[in-house]
Design a protein around this ligand. Structure first.
Ligand SMILES: [Fe+2]
Length: 352
């Protein structure tokens, strides 16, 4: 009786693409799988033919030889993954080379087989397992994406909540987040850390939720008492956020964004490296945005005044490397970086 694939799979047949340049080897695998049952095999003798076959119709799995006329080693895996990122890949290598198999797994393959070892049933089992494993990996990835989206939406909602109480600073956190991420990118921070920096920027003033709204929008010079209450906002922000298990130090960024390199900041008068890099970047982005924008107690002072403040206190209040990166970002993008909602990853040249 012909054995068919697992009942939980949508089609009773596994559409397998065998990528193998040796016709005898390809034929042997095909015959072994015919005996095991449940497979419809297509064959490709080159990487180019495999990519074309995937484009024509995505198979359920790919059995891939690592040595082909138009590619060899890990590069073959990259090409197949580029052609079908969702495809389960089982490596079929002529070398009994454990390290090659492990390297293939690290490159995103689900399993590997050594030619001449095992029968059709074992190959079938390996391919079924690879399909199941890839399905689980995809599900995990989708769940992680979903979780990240929900987290970002929540952070944006928190950010908006504050802005609804304080209309004079509407957009301030968003603009600071955008500028901070652009500075971080210019400084070479990796993507995950940039996401954290952007997230921290979106809620860096969340502690102001604890400041009476009339203090925030009061025109004219602020009294010492009001100043004192407002200066509590980094600590308040930390209290609100520190229990949330972000994959980044968001609460510390909030707590430290008014600290200054020379110890003149608040709430703890931290110095130098005691202040995390993200907070040093947020500090510069925050000052630049705040000085160049309108505030209820004073008109906008403009970008030039903001840059002069940064230059004057670079190395004392502000991290000089962050100031250099900030000036470079402003030189490249001008005031648009503070006016438009540009997705930072779409900005050309920030990595250069
Ligand atoms: Fe602040």
């Amino acid at each position: 009786m012909t054995e068919t694939r697992d009942d939980s799979l949508a089609s009773p047949w596994i559409d397998l693409l065998i990528v193998e340049d040796n016709p005898a080897d390809a034929r042997l695998i095909e015959l072994m799988l015919a005996e095991a049952g449940g497979f419809r095999c297509r064959k490709a003798a080159t990487l180019a033919a495999a990519v074309a076959a995937i484009a024509e119709s995505a198979p359920d799995a790919v059995l891939l030889d690592l040595s082909l006329p138009d590619g060899c080693g890990m590069a073959t895996i990259e090409r197949i993954r580029a052609a079908g990122p969702q495809l389960p890949i089982v490596i079929c290598t002529g070398l009994n080379d454990e390290s090659m198999g492990l390297a293939a797994l690290q490159h995103g393959c689900q399993d590997y087989l050594v030619k001449g070892q095992g029968d059709g049933h074992q190959i079938r089992h390996t391919i079924l397992y690879a399909i199941e494993r890839k399905g689980m990996e995809e599900e995990r990835r989708l769940n992680a994406d979903r979780f990240k989206r929900v987290l970002l939406q929540t952070v944006r909602s928190l950010s908006l909540t504050l802005e609804m109480r304080d209309p004079y600073t509407t957009g301030h956190q968003r603009r600071v987040a955008q500028l901070a991420a652009a500075i971080g990118r210019r400084m070479g921070l990796e993507e995950g850390r940039l996401e954290g920096l952007h997230t921290g920027g979106l809620v860096h003033d969340i502690g102001k939720i604890n400041v009476p709204a009339e203090f925030l929008s009061r025109p004219g010079k602020l009294s010492a008492e009001i100043h004192m209450v407002i200066r509590m906002h980094p600590q308040m922000g930390w209290e609100i956020m520190h229990d949330i298990e972000f994959p980044w130090p968001v609460a510390t960024m909030i707590l430290q964004h008014h600290e200054r390199l020379d110890g003149s900041g608040y709430p703890h008068g931290l110095k130098g490296d005691e202040i995390i890099l993200e907070a040093r970047i947020l500090a510069v982005a925050d000052v630049l945005e705040a000085i160049s924008s309108h505030r209820p107690y004073r008109p906008a002072l403009g970008l030039e005044t903001a840059l002069a403040e940064l230059r004057q206190h670079s190395g004392t209040r502000y991290d000089p490397q962050v100031v250099v990166a900030c000036i470079a970002v402003i030189e490249e993008y001008g005031p648009a970086i503070l006016e438009d909602d540009i997705p930072v990853h779409q900005m050309p040249g920030l990595n250069s």
